[in-house]
Design a protein around this ligand. Structure first.
Ligand code: SF4
Length: 258
């Protein structure tokens, strides 16, 4: 887990943090949106954190302002050790319990036995099947008794996310709050630097967007923000289904692969 103490010339903070006009107003707006979420959904709102930089900013805002928003994450069984370590890092730093949702073991075993360890590289269908078991089903448990959730989605992250709203309804009618929708990458890192927010050290190794280990790589200079996620697929397919409307898991079909 990195902190500002690890701020070297190669750190993500040194590379990306920059204060730009309107930063304080964007922080105030993000906080106001989180407060609105708690007022409109008392006891029924969760932050679904990927443990990425944006989500660490949101967790810091929740903790700093003692907002009654639960913190939940998906431990897919395929995360980097650095990412898993951040769960304990949050609990230590903020004295907040993190709800950890794991996939159903039998489903994982069946999928791997049927499709192999490297199924995600073989087709989009199989990759989405893996995401359905390891992410979508656990997410459905996280959201089961909730009427709202909070994400770290930003418009700047990709073309697919260019129209992200501050709040929207998901395909189950829950409200999804995206308090950093209008933040830049520089904003995210400026907030992390100023507030000494713990973050995943993989960000210091040119991983701007971090998911499961087999599906994440570092990016090179000039590459798109999410170029390191599912890099073997077309841009339009690069979502795991967590933020796609009507993304019904097709698990049974995937499991029947010849
Ligand atoms: S991101 Fe990759 S490893 Fe993780 S659930 Fe999706 S396909 Fe499986």
């Amino acid at each position: 887990m990195s902190t500002n103490a690890a701020n070297t010339s190669a750190s993500a903070i040194a590379l990306y943090a920059r204060e730009t006009a309107g930063f304080d107003a964007r922080v105030a707006s993000a906080l106001a949106l989180l407060q609105r979420a708690t007022a409109e959904h008392p006891g029924r709102v969760v932050q679904a954190t990927s443990l990425g930089a944006e989500d660490m900013v949101i967790t810091d805002l929740i903790a700093r302002h003692q907002l009654p928003i639960a913190i939940g994450t998906l431990e897919t069984g395929m995360l980097h050790a650095e990412t898993v370590a951040l769960i304990g890092g949050i609990e230590n730093r903020y004295a907040l319990a993190v709800e950890v949702y794991k996939p159903v073991n039998e489903s994982v075993v069946h999928f791997v036995k049927t499709n192999g360890e490297r199924a995600m590289y073989e087709s989009i269908e199989l990759r989405k099947g893996c995401c359905a078991i390891r992410k979508l089903e656990p997410l459905s448990r996280m959201l089961k008794d909730r009427s709202a959730w909070v994400t770290g989605m930003r418009r700047e992250q990709s073309m697919n996310r260019g129209a992200v709203e501050f709040s929207e309804l998901d395909d189950k009618g829950r409200t999804k709050f995206n308090p950093l929708a209008d933040w830049s990458w520089a904003d995210v890192w400026h907030y992390i630097a100023v507030n000494d927010v713990p973050y995943n050290p993989l960000h210091d190794q040119f991983y701007p967007s971090i998911g499961c280990a087999p599906c994440t790589r570092a990016i090179a200079v000039g590459e798109d923000f999410r170029a390191g996620r599912w890099w073997w697929e077309d841009e339009g397919a690069k979502e795991c289904g967590l933020h796609v409307q009507d993304a019904a898991p097709q698990v049974s079909m995937i499991g029947a692969r010849a």
